[in-house]
Design a protein around this ligand. Structure first.
Ligand SMILES: C[S@@+](CC[C@H](N)C(=O)[O-])C[C@H]1O[C@@H](n2cnc3c(N)ncnc32)[C@H](O)[C@@H]1O
Length: 121
């Protein structure tokens, strides 16, 4: 997790996104795949999302990184480095809410892949 930026009042929207973007990009290795959580991304069902994860694992990917943006979203540099975008809804949520929703979906996806009795459709 990247700590909240301090003194953001002195930063305009673009500068804040760029500063956050630099901190995000520092954590990413060249071999990583990066998927952004973004309201304009592709929407999946929970089963569809579990299939996407399975496909990535089958491809022998070393590390798949999901990134949640700050209050103004992502900088251009982060969009350029990304390999895809997924959306949880057309609505905009706070990054704190997205963290909770997305962790539950990750948990759900792995229970689907393991045939555990958590997901009911
Ligand atoms: C308050 S939102 C930022 C909204 C900003 N207007 C934008 O263009 O992304 C903070 C972060 O939460 C995540 N987020 C918010 N709503 C989302 C949604 N419906 N689906 C996926 N991620 C979402 C994104 O990662 C976003 O960068």
């Amino acid at each position: 997790m990247i700590p909240d930026l301090k003194n953001t009042k002195s930063l305009d929207e673009k500068s804040q996104k760029e500063k956050e973007g630099e901190l995000i990009l520092k954590k990413i290795q060249p071999s990583d795949q990066v998927i952004l959580l973004d309201e304009d991304g592709k929407q999946h069902s929970s089963v569809g999302f579990s299939e996407l994860l399975q496909k990535k694992m089958n491809a022998g990917l070393k590390q798949l990184i999901f990134v949640i943006g700050g209050p103004y979203g992502f900088s251009e540099a982060v969009y350029e480095r990304s390999d895809g975008k997924i959306s949880l809804s057309k609505m905009t949520f706070s990054h704190q809410m997205v963290r909770v929703f997305f962790i539950e979906q990750l948990y759900r996806a792995f229970t689907i892949l393991r045939n555990e009795p958590y997901h009911h459709h």
